[in-house]
Write a protein that binds this ligand. Structure first.
Ligand SMILES: Nc1ncnc2c1ncn2[C@@H]1O[C@H](COP(=O)(O)OP(=O)(O)OP(=O)(O)O)[C@@H](O)[C@H]1O
Length: 239
């Protein structure tokens, strides 16, 4: 049974695209105030899980409940409680960085200072005034993280959020995610980087071929991978 502090619950979650089974029979319970990672190789099904949680996709079978709402039933206010950094984020090339943050603030009916958000993600005012079309991929990902932080979300969903960042940027982004957790935000993130999941997450779901093979803690992650014959992929791809 789900408890009061359950933020996300999936039961038998399955998604098929034609002949391809993208995810199969996924049961997950993610609770308040944790950073939960979905760790797996390309094609494991991480983004499909995220897209169902965000109601961007409908499951073929099974259910997902997010902040108490069935993901299949549209909720007009749920988006205001969730911060999203998708793996396919795009910016409007003619709009400046600060205009993107102002747009996110307006769309969430939030009351925040764009400058404070930009400062948190390390974009200085001069850069924020430039069109996002001129941004490097790392800067664009910082801006996307900033947009996700708008509105002090109860839930942050981050799909490969650090893929474009340089090592110091990754460290800074980890700090931001931990600060969000300290403010009571639950975080779900996907990554294919074992070291990043280990450094940041409280619990980690190991995904491969559309299944969550097991859920481990960072403390047990490497030992589990070393000793479990079903987890050979991670042994060969440990960073
Ligand atoms: N719209 C779609 N149509 C057909 N197949 C899809 C679609 N979306 C995903 N898939 C397939 O479903 C499987 C899971 O893909 P998914 O993108 O969820 O994996 P992932 O773990 O997020 O990988 P990546 O890190 O590469 O995004 C893959 O085999 C993928 O090709």
């Amino acid at each position: 049974m789900a408890t009061n502090d359950t933020v996300i619950r999936t039961e038998g979650l399955t998604k098929q695209f034609g002949e391809t089974i993208a995810i199969s029979d996924i049961d997950l319970t993610i609770t308040e105030n944790e950073i939960f990672g979905l760790l797996g190789p390309n094609g494991a099904g991480k983004s499909t899980v995220v897209d169902i949680l965000l109601d961007h996709l409908q499951p073929s079978i099974g259910t997902a409940t997010v902040l108490g709402h069935d993901s299949r039933i549209e909720s007009p206010t749920l988006h205001e409680r969730i911060g999203i950094l998708g793996d396919d984020y795009t910016h409007h090339s003619g709009m400046s960085g600060i205009e993107h943050i102002e747009f996110a603030i307006a769309s969430k009916d939030a009351d925040e200072s764009p400058d404070a958000i930009l400062d948190r993600v390390g974009i200085d005012p001069e850069v924020a005034a430039r069109p996002a079309g001129e941004y490097s991929s790392a800067l664009a990902q910082r801006l996307a993280l900033g947009m996700a932080l708008v509105g002090d979300p109860d839930l942050l969903i981050l799909d490969e959020p650090f893929s474009e960042l340089e090592p110091t940027g990754v460290e800074e982004a980890h700090d931001i995610v931990r600060e969000e957790l300290d403010h009571g935000t639950t975080v779900v993130l996907t990554t294919h980087r074992l070291d990043q999941a280990e450094a940041l997450c409280d619990r980690i779901g190991l995904m491969k071929d559309g299944r969550v093979l097991m859920v481990v803690t960072p403390a047990t992650l490497r030992d589990t991978i070393r000793t479990n014959p079903n987890l050979a992929w991670w042994r060969d791809h440990s960073v």
